[in-house]
Design a protein around this ligand. Structure first.
Ligand code: AMP
Ligand code: ZN
Length: 480
């Protein structure tokens, strides 16, 4: 697979530390509120990436944290703990908030066909891990104590890594408008590893540590959790593009200083879902959720389809009109698949040929819109329905649009909905008035005891590829 690596700023052949195995890490949600559909864009694309890697034959170990402590309202280590903010807003405890929004997140994921990672670890469950890492960083001179907190000393690094989408302006954390400077920091890019002096004394979750009772900074959780479950060599690290700086930059700084060797080779950043007013964000308070889309009558998978239609390295603008278009296109696609008739033998040669093309198209920097196009190519292919359905089912193990299930449901729905009746005689078919008329003629011939005519019509229907089954009070027909 060729994948853009934001650490090297180019599209590269994806390689892993252990051949055939991918150690993959994803920054999970901060569970102080519902995930918005922007957050979920990142998780949809990461889900497709994971599924594609498995499809391509890799054994994937995917780890995700749940941020339930330490993420302050500013990424520059100032402001209030977001969890505390959520708890106050809802008059609940931090743990109640964390549990509620973690469950809500996975429910959203379920509705969007996002697979649960192999390991899901709340940040509060690995405190010993962070203390171990921070202790070593203090011992080796990479971290210092100031004003009761432990800081990472960015001046000790040969290179403080900056991803390509950021410039010096972004790095001026301390001087950005509205962001308070932390006077304890020796250098502008230093960051907190462990807080004991929170600006807010009522911090709910605290643990004992060699530096006093306190809680971890936000960045250390991802290094700690990844090292615990992925090991010392990470192949692939994912997140939304806003995580690149300072979060991922700081993860690299602390992990490599701790390990003494390069840590993660490949960085995958999903660009933002924006509205016409700019980036969708939880802290703005007003945002769109999957539940809201459902309340408005949208299928969550139409949103997934919307995400897949565009490339993960391009910003995506959300408008209701765009979603309507995606929903229309998705339903049309399901309709076309529903018109295929299941059963019969798969043409192996064609199957292998189209599968190879899909693998190659998606393997070009996760080109999901080409992946969706591949389904239309299958529908147009000169082959039988069995082969088409097999290919669509195969591609959908990566795209996860529930295409075969939806198509089967649609077929059943059509069969049910297309029931007509004439004089108490019920015809259940697939919505073709001409066939219905022939079926009725046969019934009338039988009623008039004109069996020769009834048989002739049955043969005529058979020649049209229609199978009829007489049932009590009527007939069922289908195309075979
Ligand atoms: P959070 O819950 O704020 O920690 O964010 C969860 C994930 O969503 C992170 O990977 C973020 O980078 C990502 N994210 C945040 N806002 C957006 C957005 N508007 N579009 C796409 N991804 C986003
Ligand atoms: Zn992270």
């Amino acid at each position: 697979m060729y994948l853009y690596n934001s650490a090297t700023h180019k599209k590269e052949e994806f390689k892993t530390h252990t051949p055939g195995r991918v150690e993959m890490y994803t920054c999970g949600p901060t569970v102080y509120h519902f995930a918005h559909i922007g957050n979920l864009r990142s998780y949809v694309m990461e889900d497709v990436l994971e599924k594609y890697l498995r499809y391509a034959g890799y054994d994937v170990n995917r780890v995700m944290n749940i941020t339930d402590v330490g993420h302050l309202s500013s990424d520059a280590d100032t402001g209030e703990d977001k969890m505390l903010k959520g708890a106050k807003r809802e008059h609940k405890t931090v743990l109640e908030i964390a549990q509620f929004y973690t469950d809500a997140f996975f429910e959203d994921c379920r509705r969007l066909n996002i697979k649960r990672p192999d390991v899901v670890q709340p940040a509060t469950g690995c405190i010993d891990e962070y203390i171990r890492i921070i202790s070593k960083l203090v011992d080796t001179g990479y971290a210092y104590l100031a004003g009761g907190n432990v800081y990472f000393d960015s001046s000790k690094l040969a290179r403080y890594y900056i991803f390509n989408d950021h410039d010096e302006e972004d790095l001026a954390v301390g001087v950005r408008e509205g962001v308070e400077e932390d006077e304890n920091k020796r250098n502008r890019n230093d960051f907190v590893l462990w807080f004991t002096k929170s600006k807010f004394e009522d911090q709910a979750l605290k643990w004992d540590s060699p530096w006093g009772v306190g809680y971890p900074g936000w960045h250390i959780e991802c290094s700690g959790i990844s090292m615990k479950y992925n090991g010392e060599f990470l192949d692939l690290h994912c997140g939304g593009v806003d995580n690149a700086f300072p979060h991922h930059t700081n993860e690299i700084a602390q992990s490599e200083s701790y390990l003494g060797h390069p840590w993660c080779t490949h960085w995958f950043h999903v660009h933002h879902l924006n509205t016409n007013d700019g980036k969708m964000s939880k802290s703005k308070g007003e945002f769109l959720t999957v539940s809201l889309l459902e309340e408005k009558g949208y299928d969550p998978l139409a949103y997934r389809y919307f995400c897949l239609q565009s490339h993960y390295r391009k910003g995506l603008v959300f408008t209701w009109e765009n979603l309507d278009n995606a929903q229309g296109a998705y339903q049309k696609l399901v309709g076309r698949i529903a018109a295929l008739v299941p059963g019969g033998e798969v043409d192996h040669e064609i199957f292998v040929d189209y599968k190879a093309r899909f693998l190659q198209q998606m393997g070009n920097d996760l080109n999901t819109s080409m992946g969706v196009t591949a389904i239309f190519d299958v529908l147009k292919a000169k082959t039988n329905d069995a082969t088409k359905l097999a290919l669509i089912g195969d591609f959908d193990t990566v795209l996860s649009l529930s295409l075969l299930d939806k198509a089967a449901a649609k077929r059943a729905e059509i069969a049910q909905a297309q029931t007509t009746s004439a004089g108490g005689y019920v015809i259940t078919g697939q919505g073709d008035p001409e066939i219905d008329a022939l079926v009725l003629q046969r019934y009338e011939a039988k009623k008039a005891k004109n069996f020769a005519e009834a048989d002739r019509i049955r043969d005529e229907l058979k020649a049209l590829g229609i199978e009829i089954v007489d049932v009590k009070g009527g007939v069922n027909w289908k195309r075979v």
